[in-house]
Design a protein around this ligand. Structure first.
Ligand code: ADP
Length: 259
């Protein structure tokens, strides 16, 4: 018997299957989100990679921005609840979760059982989200996986004064044209995202331990600059992009056990 969590985000689809002992038995991430064929691709990859059959899965919980579009789920649960549950499972001492995804950034203050005390989300704006970094990485001709190592070469942080992604993109192009080094420009981009996220975190307070999750938590440049802005160390789960899907899989197990 297996329990499936599926997190359908704005830019990626994440699947996690667990067994009755809460062990992860399958993991699939496809960098395509809601409104694309990312969900069907992720499911096909998941069944091929794990060798599991649909009948092996006894309960499915969907979460994320696109959860309501996935009609095959037994339950749909908000990403706030699923992130809190997933992070609590892997890092039980964490009380503040900062999740930076493709389209939104959320900060969750949870309690010692993984329940939610408060949460805040960014306004509808790309600043302070993965989308801002996606746009900037294209302008700098870097892949997402290069962002951390290139940032580490910065000798100075070149601040970006525009918060709006559209204006900030023009500003970055001007800085490139002026001949500034790419690592310094990138460090300024990371600082801009971190300042925005830190402002959101301060709205509900920094309750230690603090974890960073979401796809952006794979960017060591953001980890460094956010730690500087918040003046605290961040805890990063081993696989930070899948904590919402893990929480959904844990909810699927709970639902089955409460039947
Ligand atoms: P969502 O749940 O909203 O779809 P994710 O939590 O999957 O979002 O995060 C997506 C964001 O993560 C992307 O916009 C991108 O900026 C960032 N990202 C994805 N993969 C990587 C990576 N390997 N290194 C750095 N950043 C990444």
């Amino acid at each position: 018997m297996y329990f499936l969590g599926i997190d359908i985000g704005s830019s990626s689809t994440k699947l996690i299957a667990i067994d009755e002992g809460k062990n992860i038995v399958g993991r699939t991430v496809v960098q395509l989100g809601t409104g694309t064929n990312g969900v069907s691709r992720a499911l096909n990859m998941f069944y091929t990679d794990t060798g599991l059959k649909r009948d092996d899965i006894v309960m499915v919980v969907a979460t994320g921005y696109g959860r309501l579009t996935f009609s095959s789920a037994d339950y749909q649960i908000s990403e706030i609840s699923c992130h809190a549950k997933g992070v609590h499972h892997v890092l039980p001492d964490v009380r503040t979760i900062i999740d930076i995804g493709g389209q939104d950034t959320k900060v969750i203050h949870n309690n010692d059982t993984g329940g939610i005390q408060h949460f805040v989300m960014n306004d509808k704006c790309a600043a302070g989200t993965g989308r801002f970094l996606d746009v900037m990485s294209k302008v700098l001709d870097l892949t997402l996986t290069q962002l951390g190592e290139v940032d580490a070469k910065a000798e100075h942080i070149l601040p970006i004064s525009n918060t709006c992604a559209v204006f900030a993109e023009s500003e970055v192009i001007s800085k490139l044209a002026e001949g500034h080094p790419i690592p310094d420009i990138l460090a300024g981009i990371h600082q801009s995202v971190s300042k925005r996220v830190a402002g959101l975190v301060r709205n509900i307070g920094v309750h230690p331990d603090v974890a960073l999750t979401g796809g952006v938590a794979q960017n060591s440049g953001i980890i460094r600059s956010l730690e500087k802005e918040l003046k605290c160390n961040l805890r990063i789960p081993i696989d930070p992009q899948i904590t919402g899907a893990l929480g959904a899989a844990l909810f699927a197990l709970d639902k089955h056990q409460s039947l």
